[in-house]
Write a protein that binds this ligand. Structure first.
Ligand SMILES: [Zn+2]
Ligand SMILES: [Zn+2]
Length: 149
């Protein structure tokens, strides 16, 4: 499992390899130190609680860099003037291909820590707006229970 913390101070990404000995991570940009707590589950790639904020509420989404997508679209749109739209079709196919290749990233609702190569991915749900708002704005703790409608 790959873990990327988000620095509370400057919002930089901090890459961390899970380790039972690690108890603190230091931001390489602003040197802010955050406490972490890894469990044997984390070493196995199983995510049940957050090593940074110890919450159990996560969501998954495609690990997709939006800037790249938008850049490609603009290029394809410009090219399509000469290619009568063929480049847009090529882009669409390329997108489909990329989308199937792209992995998932799991994100902690509370502290925005990113997790990649998570083994228990199938048990993690997609983004839930209501859960997000209640966790972020009213500090609600769902303790790993998915909000159902
Ligand atoms: Zn920082
Ligand atoms: Zn967290």
């Amino acid at each position: 499992m790959e873990v990327q913390f988000t620095c509370e101070e400057c919002h930089s990404g901090i890459e961390v390899i899970p380790s039972l000995e690690a108890s603190k991570v230091k931001c390489s940009v602003c040197e802010h130190v955050t406490g972490v707590k890894f469990t044997p589950d984390h070493l196995e790639g199983v995510l049940s609680d957050c090593p940074s904020c110890s919450r159990k509420d996560f969501y998954k989404q495609k690990d997709f860099n939006r800037k790249v997508g938008v850049g490609l679209f603009i290029i394809a749109a410009i090219l399509s003037i000469w290619t009568y739209g063929v480049s847009l079709i090529v882009l669409w196919l390329f997108d489909l291909f990329l989308f199937s290749k792209i992995g998932n990233v799991v994100i902690c609702y509370k502290c925005n820590t990113n997790f990649r190569k998570v083994k228990n991915l199938p048990s993690i749900y997609g983004f839930n707006h209501e859960m997000h708002d209640r966790i972020v704005y009213s500090d609600h703790n769902f303790e790993g229970k998915q909000l159902e409608h």
